[in-house]
Design a binder for this molecule. Structure first.
Ligand code: AMP
Length: 391
């Protein structure tokens, strides 16, 4: 059965088509700069990458080109072969604890939740509407990045704010990257069996750490928005909330200024004065750049703090899993994190850890907690959920 996994941003559309249940990738690609000049798209087919320029005024035009490419490249003979389309939605709040088939009611709820994810939910809706009108015979499924975190207890997800702010305005922890955390949990269940205690470190340009017990999330580091938790490429992570009114009074910052400051100008970028990519941070460290050294120390400490906290919360841990851009590809950062956990009995296997982008145990055999690199695959998770609801 052919299933398409889709991830729409405000000016982008990523897609991956699978033959399910084999999970064979048939084609994958990306439309970029939708609604902006110089738009283009690219796709990977049979190991070859093809890039084309195209005027993409809106998402519907991107979808039309995408389906034409599927036909032209003989991925499908007719659009009726596409049985399901899975759409990633960033914010499902406490309304969705699993993926669901799209209905008018579901669309309305995603729309209502836009105030909690103003950049992401509207973009997902544009994509859903475009695909529904062009690939109308397929079943459409929405996969929420918050759903996997819905098992957190109230004492975990509440902030110590007046309770009515939660009741009236939904101010609470929702978490993010749930699709990735779920994929890692399922992969580890296959490897390890169920009933394990995992600390999953999704560390890329966005970072979230999640404590998982018996396949369910107990706590996660991102909060009301994906700004909370550990230090990230351009996001602050946790900080004293009173810094915000202080800056408003001192510098006359507006809400938008603050939003930009804490989401786009902080993290690695803020500390170093412009470097947000961890590869550049690593290069800077090699050249003796003090700010890069400082940023890396702060980052490692913030990750280690969460791992330590979740180790206590879970009453021990069977495994620590590293995933996403940094987690999968930076042996140096993994080693620094694992070395900082020596008091918990974590020991690195330096040879095994010297690898990138593949599933591998990176702790030594006498380590008290096993540590793994587990490459994430959010698209296949979207495709699996879609297949289950469509088949
Ligand atoms: P993601 O958001 O998961 O795509 O991850 C992006 C982050 O992963 C960026 O900060 C990249 O610099 C980082 N990354 C990717 N490859 C490497 C690498 N080889 N070494 C260090 N960091 C990397």
């Amino acid at each position: 059965m052919k299933i398409l996994a889709v991830n729409c941003g405000s000016s982008s559309l990523k897609f991956q088509m699978y033959e399910m249940p084999e999970e064979k990738v048939l084609i994958s690609g990306n439309f970029e700069r939708i609604g902006i000049e110089n738009s283009f798209y690219s796709y990977k087919l049979n190991g070859e990458k093809i890039k084309k320029e195209a005027e993409l005024k809106n998402h519907a035009e991107a979808v039309k080109i995408l389906v034409q490419e599927l036909l032209d490249n003989n991925i499908v003979e007719s659009l009726d072969e596409i049985k399901g389309i899975g759409h990633r939605v960033v914010q499902g709040a406490d309304k969705f604890d699993k993926s669901v088939l799209v209905t008018d009611e579901v669309i309305k709820t995603i729309d209502e939740l836009s105030s909690l994810a103003p950049l992401h939910n509207p973009a997902a809706l544009v994509g859903i509407n475009a695909f529904m009108s062009i690939v109308s015979n397929a079943k459409h499924v929405v996969v929420f990045d918050t759903a996997f975190h819905q098992t957190m207890a109230r004492e975990t997800y509440l902030y110590a704010l007046p309770y009515e702010l939660y009741e009236k305005y939904g101010v609470r922890k929702y978490g993010a990257h749930g699709t990735s955390h779920k994929y890692i949990t399922k992969t580890m269940e296959k490897y390890y069996g169920e009933n394990k205690k995992l600390i999953v470190c999704h560390i890329g340009s966005g970072c979230s750490i999640t404590a998982v017990k018996d396949g369910k999330v107990v706590d996660t580091s991102m909060g009301f928005t994906p700004n909370a938790g550990v230090i990230m490429g351009t996001r602050t992570g946790d900080m004293d909330a009173s810094i915000i009114p202080y800056l408003i009074k001192k510098l006359g910052y507006s809400a938008d200024d603050i939003d930009r400051l804490i989401n786009k100008e902080s993290g690695f970028k803020g500390i170093t004065g412009g470097i947000s990519d961890s590869r550049d941070i690593e290069d800077g460290i090699k050249e003796g750049n003090e700010k890069c050294i400082l940023a890396q120390k702060m980052f490692v400490r913030s990750v280690v703090n969460y791992i330590a906290k979740y180790y206590v919360l879970l009453n021990g841990a069977d495994a620590i899993c590293f995933t996403a851009g940094i987690g999968e590809n930076s042996p140096e950062t993994r080693k620094e994190i694992m070395d900082s956990l020596s008091s918990l009995g974590v020991k690195v296997d330096d040879e095994a850890n010297n690898s990138r982008g593949k599933f591998v145990k990176v702790s030594s055999d006498d380590s008290k907690i096993e540590c793994f690199v587990v490459p994430t695959d959010e698209e296949v998770m979207i495709s699996r959920d879609t297949y289950e609801l469509v088949k």
